[in-house]
Design a protein around this ligand. Structure first.
Ligand code: E4P
Length: 217
């Protein structure tokens, strides 16, 4: 499963990119606002840090506006993926941009039938929001499983990008459900390394090693 980072903070992204484990980045208007940067500059810098897909979201709600913003964003760098909301206009714009060879990430997906429509509109990524469904008392992971099954049933190539991930457990379940990618906040990515038995195991090995008085080099 590919791991993306959900952030527009370039310092944060440089730090996680050093792991060599990050396949892409997702941003949204809230994250751009939080960064305090001009969107074009932030996206250009992120694209230079991470060579994989970097999602940049359009904010227009009409189709012509989405097309204009999408084409503008796609020109910032060759690894930009245009993010559009799962609305009727968003899917019409998705069809047009996809036909032009621009990759589209259809975001704010909350149902399997929405995901079916996005695939039919040529979406490169579909972003089902797990955490926000969980917040409503619905098991967000059921949606990932449903989409996986539907896409496999009909051979849709659209990649499932599990979003609104809130925990390492979400990552585990998304991977088990066959999600192609997951986008995580940096702190959730950092938590993936962690296990108390790893920490106590290293501590015990080092203690025993010290008792030998040896050094490897
Ligand atoms: C993904 O593309 C979204 O930016 C993100 O995962 C939303 O997460 P949130 O529900 O925690 O805001």
């Amino acid at each position: 499963m590919q791991l993306f980072i959900d952030s527009a903070d370039v310092a944060e992204l440089r730090a996680v990119a050093a792991s060599g484990l990050i396949d892409g980045v997702t941003t949204n208007p809230s994250l751009i606002a939080k960064s305090g940067r001009k969107m074009k500059d932030a996206i250009a810098e992120i694209c230079s840090i991470i060579p994989g897909p970097v999602s940049a979201e359009a904010v227009a709600t009409d189709m012509e506006g989405m097309l204009a913003e999408g084409r503008y964003l796609a020109r910032i760098a060759s690894n930009v993926v245009v993010k559009l909301p799962l609305t009727e206009n968003g899917l019409r714009a998705c069809r047009t941009l996809s036909d032009e060879g621009i990759r589209v990430n259809v975001t704010l997906c909350f149902s399997a039938v929405q995901a079916l429509l996005a695939a039919k509109a040529g979406a490169y990524f579909i972003s089902p929001f797990i955490g926000r469904l969980d917040d409503k008392g619905v098991d967000g992971m059921d949606l990932i499983r449903d989409i996986r099954r539907i896409y496999d049933n009909y051979g849709f190539a659209t990649n499932i990008l599990s979003a609104s991930i809130r925990s390492v457990e979400h990552v585990r379940q998304a991977a088990l459900a066959g999600s192609d990618c997951a986008t995580l906040p940096p702190k959730t990515f950092a938590a993936m390394y962690k296990h108390e038995l790893t920490d106590s195991g290293v501590e015990a090995f080092l203690k025993d090693w010290a008792s030998t008085g040896q050094s490897i080099l």
